[in-house]
Design a protein around this ligand. Structure first.
Ligand code: VG1
Ligand code: CO
Length: 542
């Protein structure tokens, strides 16, 4: 029943910021998915007889690859696989299932916020036994294996019915199809004050949750509408679709503009939120106010004690380097440590496992805690709701009070998408070469205090990750950061992160782009963005 199939390596299977992401036609090439899955198994040790979790965000090609992964897990000697019904498991839910059932690890099929469909994106990532994304030392080995692979193992089995929960046997391995929502909903109930939230909704509090036709739909429906009694219709676009309804399942002000417009409108609900393709990101918009992800992590950390799961306080806060320094001020006030990591959730795993950090966040709309080892969109939404219920104030009031206490970090990210790869690399190389000459230089009347290529020294395992973004710091604390995306699938995406701190309360209501105008111009002066990319404007401003 087990076949060993000869295959040839593909040279382009290097995992990026979060797994391997390619266009669907690339994944549909002969043995492309099989090669990568076999390489994951080849990079692991000691899983014979153990359990593997398999699920995905429901995008196009999900079902096909789930069947391949099941048959290959059986052939490679796993004792059991746990598969989300319908092939569905959000990234945070998969992380929780891995941890709760102490499984060996899991395979999550997703390209997250990237669009889906026959000509759009697909992805595969591996999460280890702690529930977190494979660390770099493992993804490096997986990549090596993909370059040397000569065969893969697969069991000849009929396709498994993944739409019916229950347990079957296949090629000697147990296949359990699980309810993708139940364990996760129970975990949320253990962290948050569901009684207070039920009261909040009963009192007439109105909310809009946009699942963007991605994986969080069934989770949000169950938790918000069924368990918390939010009115039917609170959740919108809640049916996961293979092409996300033709949209980008990216909860930002561009792709969730309808939600933003609604929240700024005259009859806005009290609270609006959205999540991405695989359910690990969150967009938070209060009535009349957008909360930047960098601010959100700071505000959640400052108020976390109001939720039962965090009443004992936080051990530390971790944020990715390009994320604004708003959380740093909260950590300082709480007297706890603040860790600055490279972009990507895999870098938080060690800090969470070592209990050095409790809440983590990224500027890209990712927030999470030690309850799982991934960022978690609905978790952030529920923590916000819990804080709103406990404080009895509006989102806008909470934000204004936070800024009055800590000051405001004006912050924006400018993305230049699908830039020709050679041009993007040239920009970065040139910038890197002149880093030494930047300190002391004056740009647009601002003096550069330091400039460096960020390297991270993991305080837990001592590993070093270099070239994680170039940051230029100005006197007074403003900064610009440049890095190339590791999740795109065509050309290169240049990300420019811009930040300025404002302590003066009378200047907390400025337009963000206007407040950052000098720095935006300085970023172009320093890196030659327009001349290198040929672009006059960013493709996306968040
Ligand atoms: C982006 C974000 C990063 C995030 C990653 C995965 O990476 O910037 O913060 O961790 O996506 O998020 P990059 O390399 O493109 O900047 V998800 O929700 O797409 O898994
Ligand atoms: Co995601």
């Amino acid at each position: 029943m087990i076949r060993t199939v000869p295959t040839k390596p593909y040279s382009d299977q290097k995992p990026g910021t979060s797994g391997l992401r390619k266009k669907v036609p690339v994944f549909q090439q002969e043995h492309y998915a099989e090669n990568f899955i076999q390489s994951i198994f080849d990079a692991l040790d000691g899983f014979k007889g153990k359990t593997l979790v398999i699920g995905g965000d429901g995008r196009f090609y999900n079902r096909e690859v789930i069947q391949k992964a099941i048959a290959m897990a059986a052939a490679n000697g796993f004792g059991k696989v746990m598969v989300g019904q319908g092939g569905i498991l959000s990234t945070p839910a998969a992380s929780h299932v891995i941890r709760k059932y102490k499984t060996f690890g899991g395979i999550i099929l997703s390209a997250s916020h990237n669009p889906g469909g026959p000509h759009e994106d697909f992805g595969i990532k591996y999460n280890a036994g702690n529930g977190g994304p494979a660390p770099e030392k493992l993804t490096d080995v997986i990549f090596e294996k993909t370059r040397a692979i000569s065969s893969f193992k697969i069991a000849d089995i009929d396709p498994i019915d993944i739409d019916t929960t229950g347990t079957v046997k296949a090629a000697g391995m147990t296949v359990e199809i699980i309810d993708p929502v139940a364990d996760y909903a129970e975990l949320m109930e253990s962290l948050f004050d569901f009684d207070a939230l039920r009261k909040l909704f009963k009192s007439g509090f109105r909310m809009r949750f946009d699942a963007m036709h991605a994986v969080t739909g069934p989770y949000a429906k169950e938790i918000l509408e069924n368990r918390l009694g939010a009115p039917i219709g609170t959740c919108r676009n809640f049916k996961p679709l293979p092409d996300f309804g033709g949209h980008h399942p990216d909860p930002n002000l561009v792709h969730a503009k309808h939600l933003y417009d609604e929240m700024m409108g005259p009859d806005a609900p009290d609270f609006g939120a959205a999540s991405d393709g695989d359910g690990d990101r969150n967009l938070i918009i209060g009535k009349g106010i957008f909360v930047t992800p960098s601010d959100s992590v700071a505000m959640l950390a400052a108020n976390a004690r109001l939720a039962p799961g965090y009443k004992g306080g936080l051990k530390g806060i971790a944020r990715s380097m390009p994320t604004s320094g708003a959380a740093d001020r909260v950590a300082e006030k709480l007297g706890i440590a603040l860790y600055e990591t490279p972009t990507g959730w895999k870098f938080f795993g060690n800090l969470l496992d070592a209990d050095m950090a409790t809440i983590c966040g990224e500027e890209s709309a990712g927030t999470g805690s030690n309850h799982v080892r991934e960022k978690d969109g609905l978790w952030a939404v529920l923590l916000w709701l819990n804080i709103l219920a406990a404080r009895g104030e509006s989102c806008k009031q909470i934000v204004a009070e936070h800024w009055a206490t800590y000051g405001r970090n004006y912050y924006s990210r400018h993305d230049y998408e699908e830039v020709e790869s050679g041009r993007a690399t040239a920009l970065v190389d040139e910038l890197r070469a002149k880093l030494g000459a930047l300190p002391g230089a004056s740009v647009r009347g601002m003096t550069i205090a330091s400039a460096e290529d960020f390297a991270y020294h993991d305080p837990v395992d001592g590993s070093i990750s270099e070239h994680q973004g170039i940051r230029v710091l100005f006197e007074g604390g403003s900064r610009v950061v440049f890095r190339l995306s590791g999740t795109g699938t065509s050309g290169a995406t240049l990300r420019v992160y811009i930040e300025r701190y404002e302590s003066d309360k009378s200047r907390h209501d400025l337009d963000t782009q206007a407040a950052l105008a000098d720095l935006i111009a300085a970023a172009d002066d320093i890196a030659g963005i327009h001349s290198h990319t040929g672009r006059a404007e960013p493709s996306v401003i968040t």
